[in-house]
Each structure stands twice: as structure tokens, then as C-alpha cells.
Design a protein around this ligand. Structure first.
Ligand SMILES: Cc1cc2nc3c(=O)[nH]c(=O)nc-3n(C[C@H](O)[C@H](O)[C@H](O)COP(=O)(O)OP(=O)(O)OC[C@H]3O[C@@H](n4cnc5c(N)ncnc54)[C@H](O)[C@@H]3O)c2cc1C
Length: 300
């Protein structure tokens, strides 16, 4: 049996697209490994009417609601390969399955490449944070750090200053230019030069940020914009066109979510770059609707 669509990745974007297709009574299979990007954080914030709920709980509710639609199938396995073309795709899964479909939507999300600093990875999503809008309010003000990875960090630090007294750890990234230095000074951002060598527990729940010998800087939280990579081998295997963004390469799509391979759509973080649950969900809804139209109108 050929599915109308296979959705690879059952996170916020994939399930939002699935809901539109399920409600159009289309036959879909959602292939998912159950590891959304925000799984390191205990709670998610900023998603309207869901503020403070664990992200996994929101996704579990969505899966339960989708499972009530007769035309929806879940396959909890990795999608390893995409063969074929528009109207005759085949997704090969890690459990030995081969699923045929007319369209495919890739919504596998990002994998964050964290800086290799001892003590950083184990604090990711807890006190080492990627986004002040998601977790900055809960830090509750006071001293916070921003770890530079690229020159974009100066802009980021100036924004984070609305959530606390910022120290920007330049970490051997080129120092901000004069214009940026003026904005940082106006925002009371302090610069701490040198390479960050380790992050450890300081007194009273603080983080101790070490920049070589000497007294470490104490902060309540450290913000960093890591490099993000698309979590799938399919774009490289199928030679999909990519687009550069400040967080990393994403899939180049048109306004409907169509990638450079006809019939293959993309949604969520991997089609947006810097995003969040609300944006990924909205993008999933939009792409799901356009994918549905493409099943009806050959020109789409
Ligand atoms: C630590 C952290 C905390 C965050 N907190 C918040 C927050 O509080 N509020 C907020 O709005 N945003 C938050 N975000 C951002 C948010 O997590 C993402 O924007 C959102 O998850 C993107 O949704 P998505 O559907 O594109 O991808 P994801 O939610 O990452 O879902 C991708 C899905 O695809 C699956 N998958 C991957 N590869 C395969 C494969 N080959 N085969 C099958 N399945 C596959 C994964 O297992 C996963 O289930 C946070 C991000 C991080 C890193």
C-alpha cells in the first residue's frame, strides 16, 4: 500500500504537519526516533497555553490525539534512506522496513554541536542555555554569561542583557568591532577575554567559568548559540540544496516547504534555522497544507 505521505521526524513540526494531513483523511506514516532537540530541558517555555510544560508531555499529547485518526500510522524507527522520486518514494527504516509514499516530509530537527569545553555538555539545557526567550526568565536576573562562538555573539550578548548583568566571554573569537563595543557598553555588558577552559560548580548554585589561571567568573547561567546540524543523512545522500544561516546550514525550500528534490518537503528547525516550538509548529502546519495541495494539483 502506498502512503499519501511519510513524515520523517515526529517532533513539533512533523506532528503539526501530520495533524493537517490526518484531518484531510490522508494516509500517512510518521517515522520517528523520539529525540526532540529540547529533550535536555526539563520544561519548555513560550509556547502559547503550554508555558512551563515538559516538551515531552506536549509531544505525547499530540501523538495520542493523532493516533485517534484512522489513517495515521506510527513507526518508531530511524529513517535511514530515501529512494525514488515524486509519486514513487520509498523510505528505508532502520528496523528493515520499506515504506512507499507519494510525498515525503523531512522534519528531523537539529543536532547541536556544543563547544568542547569540559563541564559544558552535561549542563546543556539546565544552566548552559541556547535561548533567553525560552529559559532566560527562570534564571531570575543577576550575573549571566554569554559564550562567544562567532562574531554574532556580540549582538546576542546585547539582547541577553535584558535578562541579567552580562559578561561576554570572547573565547578567542575576534573581538567585537567599535560599533558593537559601543552598544555593548550602553547595555552594561562586560567583556572577558581569553579562552574558556572549563565550567564547574561554584558556590550557591552558581557556575564557575574558568578562563585560565586566576579567579573564575561566577554566573547563574551561560548562554551559547551552538552550531546546529541537520539530523539526517538524506539531504547529503540526495544532494539537496542547502542555505547558510548564522546557526548552520539548513535546507533550501520555497515558500511551500518544497526542497530542491520534487515531492520532498522540509519543515521545522531544518527549514527555518533559528526557531522555537511555536515557529516549528506553525511551519509544520503550513508545509503540511501545501504538501496536501500538491497531492491534488500536479503543478504544486
Ligand atoms: C536545550 C533546548 C531547550 C529548548 N527549549 C525551548 C523552549 O523552552 N521553548 C521553545 O519554544 N523552544 C525551545 N527549544 C527549541 C525547540 O526544541 C526546537 O525549535 C523544536 O524542537 C524544533 O522542532 P522540530 O520539529 O523542527 O524538531 P524536533 O523537535 O527536534 O523533532 C525532530 C524529531 O525527528 C526525530 N528524528 C531525527 N532524525 C530522525 C531519523 N533519521 N528518523 C526518524 N526520526 C528522526 C527526532 O527523534 C525528533 O523526534 C529548545 C532547544 C534546546 C536545544
Amino acid at each position: 500500500m502506498t502512503e499519501d505521505a511519510i513524515i520523517i521526524g515526529g517532533g513539533f513540526a512533523g506532528l503539526s504537519a501530520a495533524m493537517q494531513l490526518a484531518r484531510a483523511r490522508r494516509r500517512i506514516t510518521i517515522v520517528d526516533t523520539g529525540e526532540p532537540r529540547n529533550r535536555f530541558a526539563a520544561h519548555s517555555h513560550g509556547f502559547l497555553a503550554q508555558d512551563g510544560r515538559p516538551g515531552g508531555e506536549i509531544l505525547a499529547d499530540a501523538r495520542r490525539q493523532l493516533a485517534a485518526y484512522e489513517t495515521v500510522t506510527f513507526r518508531d524507527a530511524p529513517a535511514e534512506r530515501l529512494e525514488g522520486e515524486r509519486d514513487a518514494f520509498c523510505v528505508v527504516t532502520g528496523d528493515g522496513g520499506r515504506i512507499a509514499a507519494r510525498r515525503v516530509l523531512l522534519a528531523t530537527g537539529f543536532e547541536d554541536r556544543l563547544p568542547a569545553i569540559p563541564g559544558l555538555a552535561e549542563r546543556w539545557g539546565k544552566t548552559v542555555l541556547h535561548c533567553p526567550y525560552c529559559h532566560g526568565y527562570e534564571v531570575g536576573g543577576g550575573p549571566v554569561g554569554v559564550l562567544a562562538r562567532t562574531a554574532e555573539a556580540a549582538r546576542f550578548a546585547a539582547v541577553v542583557a535584558d535578562w541579567g548583568n552580562v559578561t561576554l566571554f570572547t573565547n578567542q573569537v575576534p573581538e567585537p568591532d567599535e560599533e558593537a563595543l559601543a552598544v555593548l557598553a550602553a547595555r552594561n555588558v562586560k567583556l572577558r577575554p581569553g579562552r574558556v577552559t572549563a565550567i564547574s560548580d561554584g558556590p550557591d548554585g552558581m557556575l564557575a567559568i574558568e578562563t585560565g589561571p586566576g579567579i573564575p567568573t561566577l554566573v547563574k547561567a551561560l548562554f551559547v548559540m551552538p552550531e546546529a546540524r541537520v539530523r539526517s543523512a538524506i539531504p547529503a545522500d540526495r544532494g539537496l540544496k542547502l542555505k547558510e544561516t548564522p546557526v548552520g546550514s539548513i535546507l533550501d525550500t520555497d515558500d511551500t516547504g518544497q526542497t530542491s528534490l520534487p515531492g520532498l518537503y522540509a519543515a521545522g528547525d531544518i527549514a527555518l534555522g533559528a526557531a522555537n516550538i511555536s515557529l516549528a509548529s506553525a511551519n509544520g502546519v503550513k508545509t503540511g497544507v501545501f504538501l496536501h495541495h500538491s497531492l491534488i494539483w500536479p503543478a504544486h
